[in-house]
Design a protein around this ligand. Sequence first.
Ligand code: ZN
Length: 336
Amino acid sequence: MPPHIHISVDRLRRRRQTTQPPASGGEGRACPECGTHFRAEELARNSRVCTSCDYHFPLSAHPRLDHLADDGTWTELWPELRPADPLRFVDLEPYPDRVERAERSGLREAIVIASMRIGGIACLAAVMDFGYLGGSMGAVVGEKLTRAADRAAERALPLIVVTASGGARMQEGVLALMQMAKTIVAVEELRAARVPLIVVLAHPTTGGVWASFASVGDVTYAEPRALIAFSGPRVIEQTTREKLPETFGRAEAQLAHGQVDAVVDRRELPDRLARVLGILRRPAEPEPGAAATWAREGRQRAARAAQALPALSKRLVGRGGPNGDAESTVHEGEDG
Ligand SMILES: [Zn+2]
């Protein structure tokens, strides 16, 4: 049995009394950018985007899936997977107590896998939720993402991943860190199967999630102003003692540096995904026997073309084509 792990928590305890976690629930609130106040239902109607300044409020996994899926219809896969506590980890409180509190939000983990259709195209979606332990990746998040990639490869279903995460889940130690390697292998196999991976980076996408599957999409979108970085600006400033620009790690800066393909307003995301899925869709499997029909038709077309060829070449030459020298011999008997 491994020993209990305790860390110094006085500093954390003081900070906890003064800071609140970012809200991802449905309560009414003021826009932190422009101060406009919204009721919960107003925000929900506008996909939790400020109608005055386009600030994107955090969006939790279930309303995100409602927003993306055709008719808001989706089916969750593997909801039964629950985190274990192999290290019997205790910081401010035992890890199982944290998990229990996080589950009161109605989520069972920091990622939800669902099958759905977007723009009529069947696909799988893996949506992370910052409201559940900071969207952190532990063994269950890694396992669910891996299963989603496996199933997507097996059934040739495009995989859409929406990330919002502080990184690896500290309470699971090295078991959380190894999910980076595990998920990378899973999405590499998806690539080998030639099935598209589309990543949408929501605020924030950092640490081990950005350093693994979040940064290897075939197409990568980001929500406006989302922080996308391995380390947050505060950590870097404390380490390097240098002031970073305001834009550090923001979606727009990552776009300018070629790390993302487009910054997409959340309200336009379902249409944008439908369009890219349509472009990447594989041609439908031919009907049984269709290949033989195509081959026969192809042979007939080729035979007709071969018959027409002498007359065609005569016509071309007759108009002074590149083989003009041969004109006198071929020109005889030209049918016009
Ligand atoms: Zn605003």
